[in-house]
Ligand binder design. Structure first.
Ligand SMILES: [Mn+2]
Length: 345
């Protein structure tokens, strides 16, 4: 496939040191610099989120999309989806990030039926695999989008509809398969709508049992296909639901222990979700690390004055330093990394 570069005037971003005035240069991140016996790139394991980087039109709750993406015709065809992959890997190469993360529906369009969606997904995964091969970039984790399609309006595993539960399970099954095929280091379960808006019409015990059932099925499927990647749960307390069952690190730990899942899952802690839970990022990381389940990190932060999920890049040197100290004490990442689940701005 011969493709025009999407960013022809931008070279690979170099490391130029703290004195550099070049806006497109790293001043502190020297990927190969040895720190405590390990290069910085291996300590940090930076990952780029496909959804925000390639698919987010950058709207806020009051407006429409503002992103300009001249390489993207905005269409929903498999061809457009395949072309985006090339742009994404050009971006990874120029940025010097070693990993990426995606949801099934970010990389490929959703079809009229599950089998049509799966076939389109396979067609895009083929290009992802080829680009990984060409560039040496790796998949930090994959996941399934169980929250955008209207069928998931009332949850996926915790939906009151058995058809929706079955659809979600089938989608997760396929997403684990493609993550396995791409050599993914992990797989994330993020229950975007697994919660309730009011307890008056919710059987919370039953919904949590259903969620656990889906996770047990996933553990079985992982074993059956020989996927060796790490499973993670990503806590988030609310939004759009009033309460989400994966509320915070401690809540997730309780859930995993209650339903005999603790041996199969670690946590993917997000700074922004810690803020929404009324905790510090450091607190959430510490709870996970103390229980030996700190697996991976979504480094994007929220804004304490806004109170919603703003997905901004971390800017506080104090906070990021404390995170790295905690990680160093833990002995560093094994399967996880620092994913920027952050919107471009
Ligand atoms: Mn996240």
């Amino acid at each position: 496939m011969v493709r025009m570069a999407a960013f022809p005037d931008i070279p690979r971003i170099p490391y130029e040191g703290p004195a550099s005035k070049n806006l497109l240069a790293f001043r502190h991140y020297d990927a190969n610099e040895d720190v405590e016996g390990k290069p910085m790139r291996e300590h940090l394991r930076f990952a780029v989120a496909y959804w925000h980087t390639m698919r987010n039109p950058l709207a806020d709750p009051f407006g429409v999309g503002t992103a300009r993406m001249p390489w993207d015709d905005g269409g929903n065809s498999v061809e457009t989806a395949r072309n985006r992959v090339g742009v994404f890997f050009e971006f990874l190469e120029k940025l010097g990030a070693d990993f990426y993360c995606f949801h099934d529906r970010d990389v490929a369009p959703e079809g009229a039926t599950l089998s049509e969606s799966n076939a389109m997904l396979d067609a895009v995964v083929e290009v992802l695999a080829a680009e990984q091969e060409r560039t040496g970039k790796r998949l930090l984790w994959g996941t399934a989008c169980l929250f955008v399609h209207p069928r998931y309006a009332h949850g996926a595993a915790t939906s009151p509809s058995v058809e929706v539960f079955a659809y979600a399970a089938a989608q997760v099954k396929k997403a684990i398969e493609i993550t396995h095929r791409l050599g993914g280091q992990g797989y994330v379960f993020w229950g975007g709508r697994e919660g309730y808006s009011t307890l008056l019409n919710t059987d919370m015990r039953r919904e949590r049992e259903h969620l656990a059932r889906l996770l047990h099925m996933a553990v079985h499927w992982k074993r059956e296909i020989g996927f060796k990647g790490q499973f993670y749960i990503e806590p988030k307390p609310k939004e759009p639901t009033v309460h989400q069952y994966d509320s915070d690190a401690a809540g997730c730990l309780n859930f995993l222990r209650e339903f005999d899942l603790i041996d199969y899952f670690k946590l993917n802690i997000e700074a922004n979700h810690a803020t929404l839970a009324g905790h510090t990022f450091e607190h959430e990381l510490m709870v996970a690390a103390d229980a030996d389940v700190l697996g991976s990190i979504d480094a994007n932060r929220g804004d304490p004055l806004l109170g919603w999920d703003t997905d901004q890049f971390p800017m506080s040197l104090y906070e990021t330093t404390k995170v790295m100290l905690l990680l160093l004490k833990m002995g560093g990442f094994s399967t996880g990394g620092l994913n920027f689940d952050a919107k471009r701005r």
